[in-house]
Ligand binder design. Structure first.
Ligand SMILES: Nc1ncnc2c1ncn2[C@@H]1O[C@H](COP(=O)(O)OP(=O)(O)OP(=O)(O)O)[C@@H](O)[C@H]1O
Ligand SMILES: [Zn+2]
Length: 641
């Protein structure tokens, strides 16, 4: 069997090759060659070593291990959660030990080589002197030492610790096995996920699903979709707190479209040594391109793309590589890159630029309906006693996300099993609910009834003003589920493209802003108003300032556009006008809400019951008390919290 590096060696190396080949039983000569060869082509060290046609000593084994590390082929021997592979490094070390210390009858097993091949394993290490146990110890410590030195050298002490941890079975991942030296090996472990999900498996985020439907259409037939003029973002960012089903949703898209799903956690790119993160990104996309159409999903993208991590050199490299990859394929190539984060605000702006993750989809915590659907989903394959009221559980679990609810059913099932019950009872589910509320930080997310009621009236205030004020945008949706820093939200939609806005429309906006605070005051009394209206007042004040100083909408100031830095005198006149506008709005809104108090109560109660209401539902609730309902909508405009 001949061996030759695939490139032309220089003279010094050529001499070492000749000498080693001329003396196949001289292990020292083989090792000298391997050592030199490692500087040029570690993969050739691996090739030569695994051919097993030359004598081997401990130095040779050390060079072989070093080559495995240099090419990252060592990852093949580490555990991999994705493929379920367990660590085979100990077995490898055992084999190496045997190869050096053992006799010809103990072949060095290598999957690539048939056992019939002649083996020229010759013991020649002078230190061995026939006593294999001592030698075995020595080789072992040499091996570990080499790994340590090799790793320290390549990736530093912190990463070494991680690596040692991974030997124990944690944290290692398959991507690492792609080596930059042997392109043939590349991607062999980057396989799409097998676990198929569909939209049926994801509940309680219908808006997000709807938005993602066109992505499914696109993935089913990218060229057709783009030929018909469809435009899609390359990157979609799913945002929302942990456990709301972002990963599940991305998987479901792949399942619906019947395309492969490549999953990576952002942290997988972050760990390991310099350059590996970038290389992993590259191999991920290489694998994806071969399987297109497909979805690439990067969970916790903030691990690589956060502005706060910029100072870390290798993270920057990884991020840069990700940007390069995203810029490197065309919209019709059938790759959709999805990412998830619960910290969208700290993402590097480079990531959210057009052509990258320019579509953002919020995956919110489920409302009552959503919670009920999720509970039903997880209960569907379990025997449930007749005393179980799923709707009641859904109502009593505000703040629970999908993961919590799945967990709730799980805990109840375990409890039932322990108790030997043949059906899940209400008591077991109640027990599980309490366990989750008590046991986790969810407790702090649990919204008190009092605070819920206040929010319900606050949001209803906005909505009722919008419904009854000419020039106000139609309502799209109202919710009392917390989102980000807001306790609740009313979203409105502009009825047509606005090129200029009339004074009437601006005043209507002012009034809608005021609605929340005024409703709180009317229902709970002046002493009980909360700081929840802070943002509203800020918005209203800015709006009033804009009207007075930019649009000439104040009689006292007149038809002027006030320059950047007005005089002190002018500024105080402006301020006075702003306060006047706001006070007037306040008065109008107070009169309006008193007049429509029944609507306010009806809507607040409906919100308390359902947590989220669409325009149609709001319409139905207030219809009885309304003179002329008019709701139409186009695209989302701005949100009041
Ligand atoms: N909307 C949902 N419908 C059904 N099951 C859900 C939903 N949300 C979460 N789950 C359950 O909780 C598990 C965890 O959800 P998943 O990992 O998708 O959440 P995530 O939003 O990606 O969270 P993280 O941000 O922590 O990754 C899911 O595997 C599923 O069992
Ligand atoms: Zn508000």
């Amino acid at each position: 069997m001949s061996w030759w590096p695939f490139w032309r060696p220089d003279r010094g190396l050529q001499r070492l090759i000749d000498e080693a080949d001329a003396n196949p039983t001289d292990a020292a000569k083989q090792s000298a060659l391997l050592q030199e060869l490692n500087k040029f082509s570690p993969e050739d060290v691996i090739k030569r070593f695994e051919q097993r046609s030359h004598a081997v000593d401990s130095r040779g084994v050390a060079e072989y291990l070093r080559a495995l590390i240099l090419t990252n082929a060592i990852a093949d021997y580490l555990p991999d959660e994705q493929s379920g592979r367990s660590a085979s490094l100990p077995a490898l070390l055992q084999e190496l030990k045997q190869r050096v210390s053992g006799s010809e009858e103990k072949p060095f097993m290598n999957p690539g080589i048939s056992e019939k091949q002649p083996l020229h394993v010759v013991m020649v290490d002078p230190k061995a002197t026939g006593r294999s146990t001592r030698f075995a110890q020595e080789i072992f410590s040499t091996v570990l030492f080499t790994i340590a030195v090799g790793l320290m050298w390549v990736m530093g002490a912190a990463a070494l610790q991680k690596y040692i941890g991974s030997l124990g079975g944690i944290g290692a991942s398959g991507v690492g096995s792609s080596s930059s030296y042997s392109p043939k090996e590349l991607n062999k472990d980057i396989m799409p996920e097998k676990n198929v999900k569909t939209f049926k498996d994801v509940k309680g985020c219908d808006d997000a699903k709807k938005e993602l439907e066109e992505v499914v259409e696109y993935l089913k037939n990218p060229t057709k979709f783009t030929r018909l003029g469809g435009k899609l973002p390359k990157g979609i960012l799913l945002t929302g707190s942990p456990g709301t089903g972002k990963t599940l949703l991305a998987k479901a898209i792949a399942g619906e479209a019947g395309v492969p799903f490549f999953y990576r956690a952002g942290s997988e790119f972050e760990e390991m040594f310099v350059g590996v993160g970038a290389r992993r990104v590259r191999s991920l996309f290489q694998a994806a391109k071969k399987k297109a159409p497909c979805i690439v999903f990067i969970d916790e993208i903030d691990a690589v793309g956060s502005t706060r991590k910029q100072w870390e050199g290798h993270t920057k490299k990884t991020l840069h590589q990700l940007l390069v990859e995203m810029d490197g394929f065309e919209q019709n190539e059938g790759i959709i890159v999805m990412a998830a984060t619960n910290l969208p605000d700290i993402l590097d702006p480079a990531l959210t630029r057009p052509g990258r993750f320019d579509r953002h989809i919020v995956v919110p915590n489920p409302d009552v309906r959503g919670r009920q659907e999720i509970l039903e989903l997880y209960l569907q394959d379990k025997p449930v006693a007749s005393d179980v009221d799923v709707n009641a559980i859904a109502r009593s679990t505000p703040g629970f996300n999908g993961a919590d609810l799945a967990n709730l059913v799980n805990i109840a099932a375990i409890k039932a099993a322990v108790e030997g019950a043949d059906k899940l009872t209400a008591a077991q589910l109640e027990f599980a609910k309490d366990r989750i509320i008590m046991g986790t930080e969810r407790k702090s997310m649990f919204i008190s009834d009092e605070s819920k009621k206040l929010t319900a009236y606050h949001e209803s205030g906005h909505a009722i003003v919008a419904l009854n004020t000419q020039g106000a945008h139609p309502i799209h949706k109202a919710t009392i589920l917390p989102r980000g820093s807001a306790l609740g939200m009313v979203t409105q939609l502009p009825s047509q493209d606005e090129t200029s806005i009339s004074k009437k429309q601006l005043l209507a906006r002012l009034d809608v802003c005021m609605g929340g605070r005024v409703a709180e005051e009317l229902i709970f009394g002046e002493d009980n108003v909360t700081t929840g209206a802070r943002n509203d007042l800020h918005t209203a004040t800015e709006l009033a300032q804009y009207m007075v100083s930019n649009c000439g909408m104040s009689d006292a100031i007149g038809p002027v556009h006030v320059k950047e830095r007005p005089s002190v005198e002018m500024q105080s006149r402006i301020d006075a006008e702003v306060v006047k506008l706001l006070r007037e709005a306040y008065g109008r809104v107070k009169r309006l809400l008193k007049k429509h108090e029944k609507q306010l109560h009806a809507l607040a109660n409906a919100l308390l019951e359902h947590e989220t209401l669409t325009a149609d539902e709001i319409n139905k609730v207030v219809h009885r008390y309304q003179e002329e309902p008019q709701l139409s909508f186009q695209e989302e405009d701005f949100a009041l919290t």
